[in-house]
Design a protein around this ligand. Sequence first.
Ligand SMILES: [Fe+2]
Length: 357
Amino acid sequence: MTRVLTPQPAACPNPTAKAVTLAHLIFERPDLDQAARFLTDFGLVTSKGTADVLYLRGTGNAPYCYRVHRASKARFVGMAFSVATKAELEKLSRLPGATEPKPVDHPGGGECVTLTDPSGFVIEVVYGQAPVSELPHREPIHFNVGASRGRINSTQRPPLSPPEVIRLGHCVVEVADYQATSDWYTRHLGLIPSDIQVLPDGSPAVTFFRLDLGDTPADHHTLAMAQGFMPLYSHSAYEVVDADAVGMGQRLLREKGYRHAWGIGRHILGSQIFDYWNDPWGAKHEHYCDGDLFTADRPTGVHPVSREAMAQWGQPMPASFTKPKLTPSALMALFRNLRRSPDLNVRKLITLAKLFG
Ligand SMILES: [Fe+2]
């Protein structure tokens, strides 16, 4: 087999800014009541709601992590990162297409610069957002393990209620312009590739990016990017207290009649125990716990991509994660991006279809 040396996404030594949190996601939905119902059944808490915008939070100190705007069609708009200094916000505001820093009218306030990444996702960068008081959540369950038997004459009874979401963990997108988009995040927000899954020719298929927090451990991935033929939301993930919260979430969401997507299992890259559910518009939302934490100096790993490489145990990853709906507009995007994207060609699409078909 001929191995083509394709450049892999790499950390930028001197980025425009270093994102310190994934602050929130932005969606459009035709029915805010239906959105609120799913998201609170999923375990988020409504922090503010108007006729046109809904804000939800976890139990952590972020004022909100999920913003939904009323619109005629369901759509993923983009995501927001926060930066630690005003100087970084000002540097980002000088990038092509960026807005000036503007006061924020959402919970937590602060200032925001709005950008668009090379794949067309809206990226808000926030500085100076005020944290809120944390909400109480139950303690993680302690196990009796082998000789370590701390629970005697007592039982395990996690509450039969939506699993408390602590915080937004990560977002995963598919893009056609893979190299330009991943370069934009490493160059301007300082993201570091934790692990890259590659096709047999060496070209990147999935990159898991973490925040550069120096010696402070960061989630294995805050953003992940998969090679697709058009920009798409894949899923977003929310940390819950422990594996029993993941399991209780599955029971409750099933009883409420929502559509299950995948799980329960344990990922390989990132190590999270996971469970995925579809919202009423078919957008995947993941409960997870026990993810890996890396400091900035951990080197990037490179691994072959496959369906089997996605989980250590649990059912295999279903086709709904990799088979796009070939609507007329998706087909038009496919042919358009095959012509114009330097990262796409028919051979690569056939390889991806064989690996994940
Ligand atoms: Fe995930």
